[in-house]
Design a protein around this ligand. Sequence first.
Ligand code: SAJ
Length: 426
Amino acid sequence: MNFDTISVIGLGYIGLPTAAVIASRRKQVIGVDINQHAVDTINRGDIHIVEPELDMLVHAAVKEGYLRATTTPEAADAFLIAVPTPFKAENGNDHVPDLTYIKAASQAIAPVLKQGDLVILESTSPVGATEQMAAWLAEARPDLTFPQTHGEESDIRVAHCPERVLPGHVVRELVENDRVIGGMTAKCSEASTALYKIFVQGECITTTARTAEMAKLTENSFRDVNIAFANELSIICDKLDINVWELIRLANRHPRVNILQPGPGVGGHCIAVDPWFIVSETPEEARLIRTAREVNDSKPQWVIDKVNEVVGKFLSANPDKTAKDVTIACFGLAFKPDIDDLRESPALGVANAIVQLHPGKVMLVEPNISQLPDKLNAATLIGVDAALGCADVVVLLVDHKVFKKIKLEELKGKMVVDSRGVWTAG
Ligand code: SAJ
């Protein structure tokens, strides 16, 4: 199959790296996004998101003429749709997947589709979304045939191929990871495999669209359930006066046990979201998956309660002081270690609650950012040493490398809430 021109719809954390990697293989790539600012930035050879190595890749692709961005879809041989799939509230349920962006993207590309084109949905989607996308395309283009009605003879091929890259390692993982390719027919899978072979070194494994959709949701739910197990253990161990970090280390010595690490909750845009796509469709059956979400979502409040408890202990030990005299330092705001991404971060939620509730000073330490988000204006962003110099209570929220270098002597005399086991793992 020949893919001379490939269009990527949605130039965010997945779409832009994908477009740039394909362009680096000397294919003509047209990136489409509704955000004019993103389009202008990319056309200058710059990027509007933070991801290692991406700036160089985009710069080279644009300057060499292989990547161009626009707000209006143009004709291409293949279309990769990488738009967001957020939640919407429906009938009292806040966690119903919202396919509005997929619908808008389908309707936007429909006018430029031609016989022989391939349309791939990459956005993480509930089971059935690819078939729904094909229905929207067919509705907009009654002059073309689609796999749901014409099978292998269809004019347009349609598939789901979920992205599985880890933020912070996107450029490498896009090339190295295996891809699950779920065509609506075998020919759809075959065409999609030919497309991914342009840049993927991992294996391309074919299946149905519905199985591919469920595979992606399953991967993130698996991780969520396992993190929930670790988080629940941390709460149980706290009650039983057992060091959970030591406990997990010991249990993991068993050849068939591999427990993940507790923390202040699960953040990011994937693991805390995707399991709800399963729960939303099969609420009666997905009991464990729902409970895992609830356990992980309740962890930030548990950490906040711990901080209050520790402030209480500090005041009992220092009866001449009031809560107003207690300085709290929160270490880390990002949603995971060594990144600057604060979106959907449980650490940020905990820090924000402390800023709102604590009558004394709150210092925030986040070495990966230079400015606090607006809602944290009441707090001060300071460096590690300055925070250690003035804090009575230290709250560790993210296991950034730089925090691991802090020596235990430096914490002497301070009360510590260590949600990541950086200093208290034993
Ligand atoms: N976390 C823990 N304990 C752990 C591991 C993680 O509390 O032992 C927390 C992290 O601190 C973070 C959250 O979980 O708040 C998620 O971080 P993560 O590193 O597990 O995953 P993401 O969200 O950055 O990326 C995931 C990946 N999925 C899997 O590992 C199954 C990635 O491969 C997916 O492509 C990505 O979701 C996505 O886009 O769906």
